[in-house]
Design a protein around this ligand. Structure first.
Ligand code: PHE
Length: 495
């Protein structure tokens, strides 16, 4: 049977969820966000964002997901059939993330191999942008195909298929229990090594040096809330789907706390590693840490290779370990991005898990080939900005409103509390999920849109519009196609 969507144990659920949360954002985004938003002082808004938003929202998403024991689209339709469209919007948006994440995974795979010989040469910057990505900034170069990237990406898709098309527990469940602890162990080894490098303390002093004045800056608070949404994969229908796969006796509140804690632990650990390395580099090169620090692909594929170039023989061990960490972090996240859409399709069209996964992976892999072109790197940046700053946050607000207001989160309180061995929910939780969350996220969302509109070029705006049309169109198609499953209208509620 290849159709089972249930975790074998609570541990599988928790590890898979940590695997989804701990991703590239923890490695390449968080250290930069922490540094550029007041250093040590950032912890105040960060902790408030976790307590006020991360944990309460995750409990909401888990609670409703658990209640329905059904896919996101099916549950939203059940809550109110007028909103079925919104039930497809988020799973499709998350699937779009999957498609471009596969390109980053591919690049990282290539670097993992290169790191055995420092194959990026003396100038990692030129190597990444010109030699590997052949970045042209010209959309006409979508026709210029880069086979090596395509091959690396296809290998990633095959690995994903191998894990995802099986029953949930024998694929994703088992793999998460193996890879997530492995990821943490390798990370600890890398960070411990980095901390012993000469100059590490320079980097760490730069990182944590608190700038309390920034606390009065609204932007810092937005950065903290934005980081938590992204890092915990909040409101993306992933947590919902994972909770709907749980058995009947899950303690969701305690699970939420463990997951949020593990995620924060990992990203703060990553920050120690990144800034120790930057401190070392700063000492070797005489360049100030402030001039070295960056985020995103620049950090992983340019700054790190540059550091490995000056690190001598240790780099032949540290390099492969580092790119493996990034690969594992990316893989366990990407595996989560297919689940909401896959489960929704299984529910509506009565397809088996294995067939749905196979079809989605073939479609995803085919579309992802646009990223294996000379315009791929630029396109990836545009789509990422659109999805993260505009589409997902919109989905998050919608989810919050549908779950807290229309579904009425209040009715989950007694049930969630009866299972909880730690915190008990009270009126404060309702206040947060009904009022504070939607308001805060709306503010971040509007800020993000203004930011995109102000800074985008014409090419970027055009591709943003195309991405939006594809997202809206695909969601519409899934909504309009007639259901093949007689059970589509009867979501089973557990509470
Ligand atoms: N939470 C992941 C990270 O921190 C990113 C992610 C986003 C994963 C969306 C899955 C879906 O990198």
């Amino acid at each position: 049977m290849t159709d089972k969507n249930e975790w074998g144990s609570n541990l599988s659920f928790v590890f898979a969820m940590i695997g989804s949360a701990v991703g590239l954002g923890n490695i390449w985004r968080y250290p930069y966000v922490l540094y550029s938003n007041g250093g040590g002082a950032f912890y105040l808004p960060y902790i408030i964002a976790i307590l006020l938003m991360g944990i309460p929202f995750l409990i909401l998403e888990y609670g409703v997901g658990y209640n329905f024991k059904a896919s996101f689209a099916k549950a939203v339709k059940k809550i109110d059939s007028k909103y079925e469209y919104l039930g497809w919007f988020l799973p499709v948006a998350v699937f779009m993330i999957m498609i471009y994440y596969s390109a980053i995974l591919g690049w990282d795979g290539i670097y993992m191999i290169l790191s055995f010989t420092k194959g990026w040469g003396a100038d990692p910057n030129t190597f990444f942008t010109t030699t590997l990505l052949q970045s042209s900034g010209n959309y006409l170069h979508l026709a210029h195909f880069i086979p090596i990237i395509a091959i690396a990406m296809i290998i990633g898709w095959v690995i994903i298929w191998f894990i995802s098309h099986r029953d949930l527990e024998s694929g994703l469940g088992r793999v998460s229990k193996l890879l997530v602890p492995l990821l943490f162990i390798i990370m600890v080894v890398i960070v411990c090594f980095s901390l012993t490098l000469p100059g590490a303390s320079i980097g760490l002093a730069e990182l944590f040096n608190p700038d309390w004045a920034v606390l009065s800056d609204f932007g810092i608070w937005m950065a903290a809330f934005g980081q938590i949404v992204f890092s915990l994969s909040l409101g993306m229908s992933i947590a919902f789907t994972y909770a709907s796969y749980t058995k009947d006796d899950a303690d969701l509140i305690t699970n939420t706390i463990s997951i949020a804690l593990a995620n924060s632990l990992f990203e703060n650990f990553a920050a120690l590693g990144v800034f120790s390395i930057l401190g070392y580099m700063s000492m070797q090169s005489g360049t100030a840490v402030a001039d070295l620090v960056t985020q995103g692909t620049g950090l992983v594929f340019i700054v790190y290779p540059t550091v490995f170039n000056v690190l001598g023989d240790w780099a032949y061990i540290l390099g492969p370990m580092f790119f493996l960490t990034v690969y594992l972090a990316g893989l366990t996240s990407i595996l989560s991005t297919i689940e909401p859409l896959s489960f929704s399709i299984q529910n509506k069209f009565n397809l088996s898990r294995s067939k749905t996964m196979t079809i989605l992976i073939i479609v995803g892999a085919a579309i992802s080939m646009i990223y294996a072109t000379s315009f791929g790197g630029d396109l990836l940046g545009f789509v990422d900005t659109f999805i993260n700053q505009i589409a997902l946050l919109f989905g998050v607000i919608v989810e919050c409103v549908i779950f807290a207001w229309i579904f009425k989160a209040d009715k989950l309180i007694d049930f969630l509390n009866s299972r909880s061995k730690t915190i008990k929910l009270g009126k404060w939780w309702i206040l947060i999920v009904k009022y504070i969350l939607p308001i805060f996220i709306s503010i971040i969302w509007i800020g993000g849109i203004i930011d995109v509109v102000n800074s985008a070029t014409i090419t970027q705006l055009n591709f943003t519009i195309v991405s939006a049309i594809l997202l809206l169109g695909a969601s519409l198609v899934f909504t309009l196609l007639p259901a093949k499953n007689p059970d589509w209208d009867n979501a089973c509620e557990r509470v």
